[in-house]
Design a protein around this ligand. Structure first.
Ligand SMILES: NC(=O)c1ccc[n+]([C@@H]2O[C@H](COP(=O)([O-])OP(=O)(O)OC[C@H]3O[C@@H](n4cnc5c(N)ncnc54)[C@H](OP(=O)(O)O)[C@@H]3O)[C@@H](O)[C@H]2O)c1
Length: 302
């Protein structure tokens, strides 16, 4: 069973593993199957669901919201994370002429209100600015965050894909705390080790959320030296650990980091979600952790 954790002191509670709905529209699931997925996550203790306004060309939040309500799930037993700040050219948003970022107060508030409607909830647990916007005016973001919080529409705020200096600048100008940074992190993507993201979160005692924890699936099918080296070592370590699968070892590697990252799983299959939950029990010894790190970088530690 997946335990509940705090993203930071006074931050939102969420499950130790989060389920991400980016690919929901691609799964071609019936509403009954989406309900089954939601209930299957809840049975295993995964109570936190990650969205963005733009997922599935602006359709995933509604697909999920409908299934959530029809599944009879108690709203207070789940946490909903969503994001804003990217504008896509889409037939669902005829007013958007080019893909761009928008972190004006008006856009953030309108996006959050749309998400509330689509997700069919009366508050969002955690709203993230999806990507750093080169034209971001922190005063505008603050105005939106304070307005949404005062109205009871959003309980907590954070960012995604921010570098440490971008995180610190925004945090220094806000009247509400930033409770997390959702970043890409996996055996296939190690930038957070060297760009300061993990160090900042550890300094501030915030748990980062890790998107694409399986490298977006590239770990399993990519035809590259890196992916091949990783598949080989993950398989060998899995056998050493008594028969753990490659995805379980990859997740145990991520979970072992002292920044205590919260993985956002992207699989649509309950069987794989179940294996991920089992991986919480795996302990990866330090030497095995480094074997995987070396297979990913393609070199020994200096
Ligand atoms: N903040 C951001 O900018 C950002 C960006 C991207 C994603 N996200 C969030 O992170 C979540 C996860 O991202 P993701 O979907 O890229 O995660 P992921 O878990 O790294 O990748 C999921 C993909 O890998 C496949 N997969 C997983 N386990 C597998 C296995 N054992 N063998 C073969 N294939 C496997 C899945 O296929 P099956 O469905 O068939 O299992 C799916 O296509 C998203 O849903 C979203 O919520 C955030």
């Amino acid at each position: 069973m997946v335990p509940q954790i705090d993203l930071c002191k006074d931050g939102p509670r969420c499950s130790r593993i989060v389920h991400g709905l980016w690919r929901l529209a691609d799964w071609n699931k019936s509403e009954a199957e989406v309900q089954e997925l939601i209930l299957g996550c809840l049975e295993r203790g995964i109570t936190t669901f990650d969205h963005a306004d733009i997922y599935g060309d602006y359709t995933c939040e509604s697909l999920f919201g409908r299934a959530l309500v029809d599944s009879g799930t108690d709203r207070s037993q789940i946490q909903v994370v969503t994001k804003c700040g990217i504008k896509l050219v889409s037939r669902n948003r005829p007013g958007h002429a080019i893909k761009c970022y928008d972190t004006t107060a008006a856009h953030i508030v309108a996006s959050a209100e749309n998400s509330l409607k689509n997700l069919r909830v009366d508050y969002i647990d955690l709203l993230l600015i999806h990507r750093p916007d080169p034209l971001m005016d922190p005063a505008q973001v603050n105005e939106a965050f304070v307005q949404l919080k005062d109205a009871g529409k959003v309980r907590h705020f954070g960012v995604s894909n921010f570098l440490p200096f971008q995180f610190e600048m925004l945090a220094s100008k806000l009247d509400v705390p930033l409770v997390t940074n959702q970043i890409e992190y996996s055996v296939m993507h190690l930038d957070a080790h060297s760009d300061g993201s993990l160090d900042l979160c550890q300094r501030l005692a915030l748990r980062p959320m890790a998107w694409s924890p399986m490298g977006g699936g590239r770990l399993f099918h990519e035809d590259s030296d890196r992916a091949r080296r990783l598949r080989d070592i993950l398989g060998r370590i899995g056998r050493r650990l008594g028969g753990a699968s490659m995805d379980q070892v990859a997740l145990a590697w991520l979970l072992a980091h002292p920044a205590r990252l919260v993985p956002v799983l992207g699989t649509g299959r309950l069987s794989r979600i179940h294996k991920a939950v089992e991986a919480l029990e795996l302990t990866l010894p330090r030497e095995e952790w480094f074997e995987i790190w070396c297979a990913s970088t393609g070199r020994d530690v200096p």
